[in-house]
Design a protein around this ligand. Structure first.
Ligand SMILES: NC(=O)c1ccc[n+]([C@@H]2O[C@H](COP(=O)([O-])OP(=O)(O)OC[C@H]3O[C@@H](n4cnc5c(N)ncnc54)[C@H](OP(=O)(O)O)[C@@H]3O)[C@@H](O)[C@H]2O)c1
Length: 318
């Protein structure tokens, strides 16, 4: 019935503009709806986290570390995971979380890209605490891509960012079903906005968004899934130092924070844990990134124009 519209170049485009027009027409109402939901959530009580157990991967620094502190302040017991590095801060994070109010903190060194190690740390958490309420899949790496680099060097990006979330989720689901628990997955604005030089990072995060959006339908309403699509947050990951030491591709000439607007890690992680405890199914911080997502889909030319201007200034000559 509708084929005639889509087979004709003119009417095909017309349908798009009619949809766009209707969206613009409806947007004041959608905007008010969004505002009402935001105001309502300010007055909503969050989940009581005392007596609850939270497992967080990649908790030795940055977002994972501060998510652990936010849960600790709410009285949750924690299992925190990071890969074993000679100078790992995981034990210090555990001490600080106890000082902030966590009754019990288990720290385990494991590589999230290894399926057996993921099974091991989920089992250890259950053995130690007897339950699991929230799983936070946060561990990730972000090397910048260059086609001049040997392509297989980027395989760990998929291994850690994608499989490193999927494996713990797979082993945690039976336990989360029992507690009507929550899964938080740290995807990224990169998975939607696709900034240059971050090809594999973006692909791993887009895969996460897709995977967890589908999984939601299988496990809800028993398990709530919160997908985080964060913009730039001030952690190691967005520094020039990280890009030249941990990255395998293009080193940055400047910290991203000195060129683009970024958010501090504490307000960001507070907003995340507040939102998760109130049952949010997606969280974007800083919030203005939501507008960028709209621009990307509605006005792709504007989106590429912006990237062409901003990004050449940031990478060193390859
Ligand atoms: N910062 C941002 O602007 C931003 C924006 C959007 C999304 N994110 C996402 O947020 C997450 C946390 O990043 P961050 O910014 O907090 O960076 P970060 O400070 O570098 O934290 C990364 C964490 O992941 C851990 N990790 C890395 N590889 C691992 C592995 N194989 N097994 C277990 N743990 C591993 C690291 O442990 P070690 O220190 O022991 O290696 C560290 O605790 C990542 O998934 C990132 O993609 C960050």
């Amino acid at each position: 019935m509708y084929e005639a519209f889509f087979n004709n170049k003119f009417t095909n485009a017309l349908v798009f503009y009619v949809f766009l027009f209707l969206l613009l027409l409806g947007s004041p109402f959608l905007f008010i709806w969004e505002l009402v939901v935001a105001i309502q959530s300010c007055f909503q009580c969050g989940e009581d986290m005392s007596q609850k157990v939270v497992l967080i991967t990649g908790a030795s620094s940055g977002l994972g570390e501060h998510i652990a502190y936010e849960y600790a302040k709410r009285g949750a017991s924690l299992a925190i995971i990071a890969i074993k590095e000679p100078d790992s801060r995981l034990e210090q994070v555990a001490d600080r979380a106890r000082q902030l109010g966590s009754p019990d903190v288990l720290f385990v060194f494991a590589d999230v890209s290894n399926v057996e190690e993921c099974r091991m740390f989920v089992d250890q958490t259950i053995k130690h605490f007897g339950r699991l309420d929230h799983l936070v899949c946060n561990a990730g790496i972000g090397p910048l891509y260059s086609f001049k680099t040997e392509v297989t060097r980027f395989e760990p990006v998929m291994g850690i960012n994608f499989w490193g979330s999927v494996y713990p989720t797979h082993f945690a689901i039976p336990h989360l079903m029992k507690t009507k628990g929550k899964i938080v997955v740290n995807a990224s604005a990169g998975g939607i906005l696709n900034p240059p030089k971050a090809n594999f990072y973006n692909a791993s995060k887009a895969a996460l968004i897709s995977f967890y959006e589908s999984l939601r339908f299988e496990v809800s309403p028993t398990i709530t899934i919160t997908i985080l699509t964060l913009g730039f947050v001030n952690t190691n990951l967005i520094t020039a130092k990280y890009s030249s030491t941990n990255g395998v591709g293009v080193p940055l000439s400047k910290d991203i924070g000195s060129v683009l607007p970024t958010m501090d890690v504490e307000p960001c992680t507070k907003a995340i844990v507040d939102g998760v405890c109130k049952g949010a199914t997606s969280i974007t911080e800083p919030r203005f990134y939501k507008a960028l997502y709209l621009i990307k889909f509605l006005f792709p030319q504007l989106h590429s124009f912006y990237y062409n201007i901003v990004f050449p200034r940031m990478s060193k000559n390859e």
